[in-house]
Design a protein around this ligand. Structure first.
Ligand SMILES: NC(=O)c1ccc[n+]([C@@H]2O[C@H](COP(=O)([O-])OP(=O)(O)OC[C@H]3O[C@@H](n4cnc5c(N)ncnc54)[C@H](OP(=O)(O)O)[C@@H]3O)[C@@H](O)[C@H]2O)c1
Length: 336
């Protein structure tokens, strides 16, 4: 078994001086403009101490929000267990400074109650997540995906129960389409457990949210946290010279597949990288700034496999503005 660092963690005293915090829709809750997700790099297959160092550094830099789901790993559940261990080792005294989220929706255990959106599954899964995390409550509990075979009222009633039982402070939804979002928002508002936030995939390479979702969120006063804002690492300079051995695309369990790195995609990455260079930013930084330029976005939810990536990405906050000409050039590249 790998050794656990014994050195006690003392967070940086200036941790709230460098991060930008945005209000989540019309809620009072603020989230850091850059949040950290534990989908990859925190599972049983990963090095525990690397993940622990990333979480420590994130908090030092003002990242107060950590995002999980029941199935993150691999194996499923192991990211929550590892994060629970990190909380116990390093963050016992800081629980009230943290916004921790988890989700249920994807396959977690066999049989008819192990995925999707029934009350049975969502509430059982939340109890399992709390156990793995070693927590009494999470800050946000999400329905991870819309279930076409369960009445939306039932799925939303599970979120409402979680909030009313004190197992979650806020309710959230992820991957819901605009019309599903409007219906969910209506049900939750009437239930007294209003929807705080929507978590959709959004990056320069994945822009479906621009086709109506962001308008619904603005109208409903719901926050938006954009996941995979770097398209799992494509929107960085890492694949320009080939596929590095330790990258997500090279790992057998990674969700980014080699086949996704086509000549056409690489051509766009190289052209975008040139614009980033002119802005004195890395492509990763420009890609995050490009999302944060829209005031309806509360936070970008990044992943990181090492501390240096996290540091580089948070420094996107040094330059969030774009000249019209730059936006036009980016648009032309994305449409090419
Ligand atoms: N709600 C949902 O359905 C859903 C789905 C997916 C994700 N999420 C959430 O979103 C979070 C982030 O997703 P993601 O990990 O796909 O986000 P991402 O930020 O698009 O990609 C992160 C990956 O890109 C690479 N990277 C990051 N910064 C870099 C840099 N500066 N230079 C070079 N490479 C860099 C790293 O991969 P390497 O391993 O190659 O270094 C890193 O693990 C997840 O952890 C999860 O919390 C939610």
């Amino acid at each position: 078994m790998a050794k656990t660092t014994k050195k006690a963690y003392k967070p940086a005293e200036n941790r709230y001086q460098q991060m930008k915090y945005n209000r989540c829709g019309r809620f009072g809750l603020q989230l850091p403009a850059v949040s950290l997700g534990l989908w990859h790099n925190f599972g049983g297959v990963d090095k525990f101490e690397t993940g622990r160092a990333i979480v420590r550094r994130a908090f030092d830099l003002g990242v107060t929000h950590f995002d999980l789901a029941n199935n993150y790993g691999p194996p499923p559940g192991s990211a929550e267990s590892n994060f629970g261990k990190i909380l116990k080792l390093d963050f016992k005294a800081y629980r009230d400074e943290l916004i921790i989220s988890t989700k249920a929706g994807y396959l977690m255990w066999p049989g008819p109650y192990g995925e999707w959106g029934t009350r049975k599954y969502l509430l059982a899964s939340l109890d399992q997540s709390l156990k793995r995390l070693g927590l009494d409550y999470v800050d946000i509990f999400y329905s991870h995906r819309f279930d076409p075979n369960t009445p939306l009222d039932e799925t939303m009633s599970a979120l409402e129960s979680a909030v009313k039982q004190g197992k979650a402070i806020y309710a959230g939804i992820s991957n819901y389409k605009p019309e599903q979002t409007a219906r969910a928002a209506d049900i939750l508002r009437k239930s007294g457990a209003p929807c705080l936030i929507h978590q959709p995939k959004y990056s320069m390479f994945e822009r479906w949210v621009e086709g109506g979702l962001l308008d619904v969120l603005e109208k409903e006063g719901i926050g938006c946290i954009a996941f995979s804002p770097l398209a799992q690492g494509l929107l960085t300079d890492k694949y320009i010279k080939g596929i590095p051995k330790d990258s997500r695309a090279a790992k057998p369990w990674g969700f980014l597949k080699r086949e996704q790195i086509t000549e056409a995609v690489l051509k766009k990455i190289i052209a975008l990288n040139d614009i980033a260079k002119h802005r004195n930013q890395s492509l990763a930084q420009m890609s995050l700034a490009w999302i944060l330029k829209d005031k309806r976005i509360t936070s970008v939810l990044i992943g990181a496999s090492r501390v240096e990536q996290l540091e580089q990405n948070i420094a996107c906050l040094d330059n969030l503005s774009f000249a019209d000409e730059e936006l036009k050039q980016i648009e032309n590249i994305l449409k090419s």
